[in-house]
Write a protein that binds this ligand. Structure first.
Ligand code: VGL
Ligand code: ZN
Length: 212
């Protein structure tokens, strides 16, 4: 068991699966591997994030009359993609994926519940109306437990996984992305994601390397 490293499982929820409202490409392919990894109990600390939006969230295209899903607007001076309605609090699509045994995570962190602010990273919300990215407390939670290294997996590789990994590295955690246990919303987003990860000093690895 690696006490200095934590596993962060990002947004593995039915709405991000094929057939869900904001499907990731092959999102369901990672479910058995994440379940198997969690059952191995390789990490003392496991964090699961859960996208958790109120109805009418400002990131939903439906909250902007005339706007289409996957369109872009400017919000608080930053580009904001408008998403299909997804992960609405209390709906089946927002649950942690039912085919995974979630008994290992010692922290389940819900994000995106401010109706006016989107939240991709597990560490900090997106820029909001007060001109700051509010802290979720995750970095302090990890540091307080002696964690200095994180492995990030889940969905979506080009959105919440990417932002979580970039923030982790920027906050000083040795950071790895488990490529085989993540999938993108947009496959074309993989190349820019790789480049951003490389410039953030984040290692791209396969989960098999954790098992040796
Ligand atoms: C996500 C878009 C909107 C994600 C969440 O989990 O990657 N993407 N909300
Ligand atoms: Zn969301």
């Amino acid at each position: 068991m690696n006490a200095d490293a934590a596993l962060i499982v990002v947004d593995v929820q039915p709405d991000f699966m094929p057939g869900g409202t904001l499907a990731c490409h092959e999102g369901d392919a990672i479910v058995p591997g994440i379940d198997a990894l969690l059952r191995r109990r390789l990490f003392r600390h496991v964090v699961a994030t859960q996208d958790w939006h109120p109805r009418g969230h400002l990131s939903f295209a439906s909250s902007h009359p005339g706007a289409a899903p996957f369109g872009q607007i400017e919000l608080y001076g930053q580009p904001q993609t408008l998403w299909p309605e997804h992960c609405v609090q209390g709906t089946p699509g927002a649950e942690l994926h039912p085919a995974i045994d979630w008994s290992a995570p010692d922290l389940i962190l819900r994000k995106g519940s401010d109706p006016l602010v989107d939240s991709y990273s597990g560490f900090r919300e997106n820029l909001g109306p007060r001109g700051i990215r509010p802290d979720t407390g995750l970095a302090g939670w990890l540091r307080g437990r002696g964690v200095n290294e994180v492995h990030v997996c889940g969905l979506a590789r080009d959105v919440c996984v990417l932002w979580t990994a970039l923030d982790a590295a920027a906050l000083g955690f040795r950071t790895h992305l488990l490529w085989d246990l993540s999938r993108p919303v947009t496959p074309a987003g993989d190349e820019p994601a790789r480049a951003a990860l490389a410039s953030g000093g984040i290692g791209i690895i396969d989960s098999a390397s954790l098992l040796t």
